[in-house]
Design a protein around this ligand. Sequence first.
Ligand code: ATP
Ligand code: MG
Length: 415
Amino acid sequence: MRLSQLFTKTSKNVPADETAKNAQLLIQAGFIHKEMAGVYAYMPLGFRVLENIKKIVREEMNAVGGQEVMMTTLQPRDIWEKTDRWDDKKVDNWFKTKLANGTELGVGLTHEEPIVDASGNYVHSYKDLPFYTYQIANKFRNELRAKSGLLRGREFLMKDMYSLARSQEEHEQMYERAVEAYYKVYDRLGLGEITYRTYAEGGIFTSRFSDEFQTLSDVGEDTIFVDEAKKVAINEEIMTDENLQKLGLNRSDLVQKRGVEVGNTFHLESKYTDALDVYYADEQGEQQSIVMGCYGIGVSRLMGVVAELFSDDKGLVWPEAVAPAKVYLVRIGGDDAVKHADELYKELKGNGIEVLYDDRDERPGVKFADSELIGIPFRVTVSDRLVEAEKYEFTPRKSGETVELTRSELFAKLN
Ligand code: ATP
Ligand code: MG
């Protein structure tokens, strides 16, 4: 990736219509483009970050046996009527549209109904269960407020997984395995330490709690109460004496915090499968209900959280796992520097190291400022002086501390 050819540019100005830091930084650095409130397009750098997050999520869902699918955005009314979730009074953030002939359609905001409906074609006997299936796709929700940048979109990327099990016991095991996979995702994103499994409302169909995954942040919209020793939390929404007792939590051990909900997992019991008439026959040929779980992760919200939390007064500070490249290569000076930097660019790429090459004819100050705004983990500088000394400047974005390295030292650091 050569900066001279990248079609986005950084901007000196903080976008005036954004109050959220994640959106300000991501727009200024050219990662995302705002179409309208709560609706963002991903430019080349932002797309790379999103793809890196998707890759982590995908690997962890595949590791528990998740089978990836792609469901449809356009939704027929009838399957949602079977579960009584079509009515705007029941679900108030649907976007809906109409065919030319007047038939009403929904614009996908979650996918329990279509997943169960499709499963009905294939699931007949106990041999067809259990399984996990998931997708990573845009969801559409008519959110009342969309002022938090990527944290709350009207169009946003979600990973939604569903488990279909033959018994409550089998469901419980699958549910806990999915939760384990969630911890791995947040760990790999560098959020493990500050993300809490949080007891929350279970949804309209069950008396059980759901598990939210809440990342601590002052910009979070949720109030949660954290038990540091147990590493769990409870959402304010369900914080009653009765629930605390049920969960074995003591009010005096809890500390009030703000959190961003980066995931939510639910016990759906047999509500959806029964409503859509999807059952299985057990070994005796008796019809049985299917026990279902669902598991959401806010993929684009996570990108916003990472941008928001890993940043400083100069710009973004991407963790290596999601950064759009590993090295920001700066070239300063004349023909010698150009030649050396071009060679180094090729060689790094040849070693499988992703490089954003600042090959523009800009002043060093501009290049350094952009490298800090864009937030690639390591900056490597090639200049006429350094070429002469057979050295490279190496500056981790996080510490900002520059050291001079020989070629072999540089490769040792980056490999
Ligand atoms: P919220 O309470 O924040 O509105 P939700 O509980 O309605 O979210 P879920 O239906 O549980 O959301 O969706 C699963 C995950 O998708 C959430 O945990 C969150 O990370 C993400 N998510 C939900 N709504 C949005 C949104 N408008 N923009 C970005 N991500 C979202
Ligand atoms: Mg939720």
